[in-house]
Design a protein around this ligand. Structure first.
Ligand SMILES: Cc1ncc(COP(=O)(O)O)c(C=O)c1O
Length: 354
């Protein structure tokens, strides 16, 4: 039976990408060798790394604008630390929109003063903070563009003189933005880009080199930049698969084309959530994420029936994050409108039964 994969990450990837990636594991570029058994310094793999880096900048429209793209390891979680290590001298601002920004704040506090410029903790992170004032003199301002767990997403970004740093792990390459408003973007691959194991970092070169502390080489963005993202052995399979996904995205018309699809999917699901009395949305309507739709069932007694119906329809990965509960439908780039349709059909069937 066809599965409809709504998993929050690692998550659905395009079938064509999985096919090509699996072929490369057996025989890379007709070389008779596997992608994962050749040197990362080989001509063929160096070309993969270059292509992946260049496609990332091209799709974000950041080519020739002073940015470098890197494929690092350690997940987005290592970036919580690396950002502060490389950029925090005195004081940084953070917008706290839930678990991931909270974790980023915790790491930054090891390096300097952290000001929580805005927070939605008072309402269990159901909304995106607004109306705050960004203090002057920050080393940078950090935010999480899409809150995977709560299903909220920034629609507008703060204006600040300080470098703007964005954890874009769960909505990168999903919507058109002026990406040049950010000075550093990071994103774990395992949502819209590839398998877990690599993290895309896009950094504006001129924000680096300003802190006085010594930075261990592996944690220094400059080491990775100077070695073209090959300071040490990169995660070759994850980088190759990410490259394939970026090619797939480009061939489908890039971010603006996928954004239209993502909007259609989100409209379909949210209208069902709003019209169907068996369900209620978690996040405030104006701040809802196009990627992760969070909702609850209004009568817990119906839960086991609904779960059974989801299983029968082949719907996978709909459980909410353990810290929030309820349901979460993650609609990343590779998920089809058809899959959302299947979920919506199950939800309306539930209404008829309930
Ligand atoms: C927004 C966001 N930031 C950071 C992370 C942590 O990523 P990683 O597991 O790659 O460290 C996640 C994981 O889901 C996430 O959704």
């Amino acid at each position: 039976m066809k599965k409809h994969n709504f998993s929050a990450g690692p998550c659905i990837l395009p079938k064509e990408v999985l096919l090509k990636a699996s072929e490369a594991v057996m025989d890379f570029n007709g070389s008779g060798l596997s992608l994962i058994e050749i040197s990362h310094r080989s001509k063929d793999f160096v070309a993969v790394m270059e292509k992946a880096r260049s496609l990332a900048l091209e799709l974000l429209d950041l080519k020739d604008k002073g940015y470098t793209a890197l494929f690092l390891q350690g997940g987005a979680s290592l970036q919580f630390l690396m950002v502060a290590y490389n950029l925090l001298e005195n004081k940084a601002g953070y917008l706290n929109t839930g678990t991931w920004s909270d974790k980023a704040i915790k790491e930054a506090r090891l390096f300097g003063e952290v000001v929580e410029v805005g927070s939605s903790k008072d309402e269990d992170f159901k909304y995106i903070p607004k109306g705050y004032t960004v203090p002057k003199g920050l080393d940078y301002l950090h935010l999480t563009s899409n809150n995977t767990i709560y299903g909220t997403q920034f629609k507008k970004f703060p204006k600040t003189d300080a470098p703007l740093i964005c954890d874009m792990s769960s909505d990168i390459f999903s919507r058109s933005l002026d990406f040049s408003q950010f000075d550093l973007i990071y994103a774990g691959a395992q949502k819209n880009m590839g398998p877990a194991g690599t993290t895309l970092v896009v950094v504006k070169d001129d924000i680096l080199g300003k802190v006085s502390r010594k930075i261990p080489s592996m944690l220094d963005y400059k080491s990775h930049i100077s070695k073209d993202s090959m300071f040490n052995t990169p995660s070759v399979f994850a980088v190759y698969t990410s490259m394939l996904t970026l090619e797939w995205l480009k061939s489908r018309g890039g971010i603006s084309a996928i954004e239209e699809e993502n909007e259609k999917k989100a409209r379909l699901l949210y209208s069902e959530i709003d019209l169907n009395p068996v369900f209620e949305g978690y996040a405030n309507i104006e701040d809802r994420s196009l990627m992760n739709a969070t909702f609850n069932i209004t009568d817990e007694v119906l839960k086991s029936t609904f779960d059974e119906m989801l299983k029968e329809a082949g719907v996978n990965g709909l459980n909410g994050h353990r810290s929030v509960g309820g349901y979460r439908a993650s609609m990343y780039n590779a998920l089809s409108l058809e899959s959302v349709g299947v979920l919506v059909d199950v939800m309306s069937e539930m209404e008829r039964k309930g």
